[in-house]
Ligand binder design. Structure first.
Ligand SMILES: [Zn+2]
Length: 137
C-alpha cells in the first residue's frame, strides 16, 4: 500500500547527473567545486559536509584510460590511412590530448564523488564487540 502513495516532492535528477553537473549530490543546488578541481568544504545550499569525499586518483585514471584510447586509436588510424609527417601528428594530437583529458576531468571527479555519497562509500572500520575476548571483531 505504501508504494502507491503519490510522491511528496518533484523528481530530482539522479546523484550521478548532479555530480556530472558539479552540483551537490544531496540537494542538487549548491556547487561542489571551488575552482577547477578544488572541492568546497561544504554545500552552500544544504550544508552537506564534503569531508567524506575522496575520489583519489579515480578521475585521472578514468580520463587517462579513456582519453588515451581515443587519441591512440585516432593517431594509429591517421597514420595507417594518410601517413602524414610527424609535425602534423604533433599538431593534431597534442591539442586533442588536452581536450580529452582536461574537459572531462571535473565532470568525472564530480560523478565519482556523487556516487560515493549515493552509495555511502567509506573506508572500512573495525567494529569492537563487548562480549568478544580481547576486543576481537
Ligand atoms: Zn547541497
Amino acid at each position: 500500500m505504501t508504494d502507491q502513495l503519490p510522491p511528496t516532492t518533484a523528481p530530482t535528477p539522479l546523484p550521478a547527473a548532479r555530480g556530472l553537473m558539479g552540483r551537490c549530490p544531496r540537494c542538487g543546488e549548491g556547487k561542489m567545486f571551488d575552482g577547477f578541481l578544488t572541492l568546497r568544504p561544504s554545500c552552500s545550499t544544504c550544508g552537506l559536509d564534503y569531508s567524506f569525499a575522496d575520489a583519489g586518483d579515480g578521475p585521472a585514471v578514468f580520463v587517462i584510460l579513456i582519453g588515451g584510447a581515443i587519441v591512440v586509436f585516432a593517431a594509429l588510424m591517421t597514420e595507417v590511412v594518410y601517413q602524414p609527417p610527424f609535425w602534423l601528428h604533433a599538431a593534431l594530437w597534442l591539442p586533442l590530448i588536452l581536450v580529452v583529458t582536461l574537459l572531462p576531468l571535473r565532470m568525472v571527479k564530480g560523478l565519482l564523488i556523487a556516487l560515493q555519497y549515493h552509495h555511502k562509500a567509506a573506508p572500512g572500520q573495525l567494529v569492537m564487540y563487548k562480549d568478544s575476548p580481547k576486543g576481537e571483531a
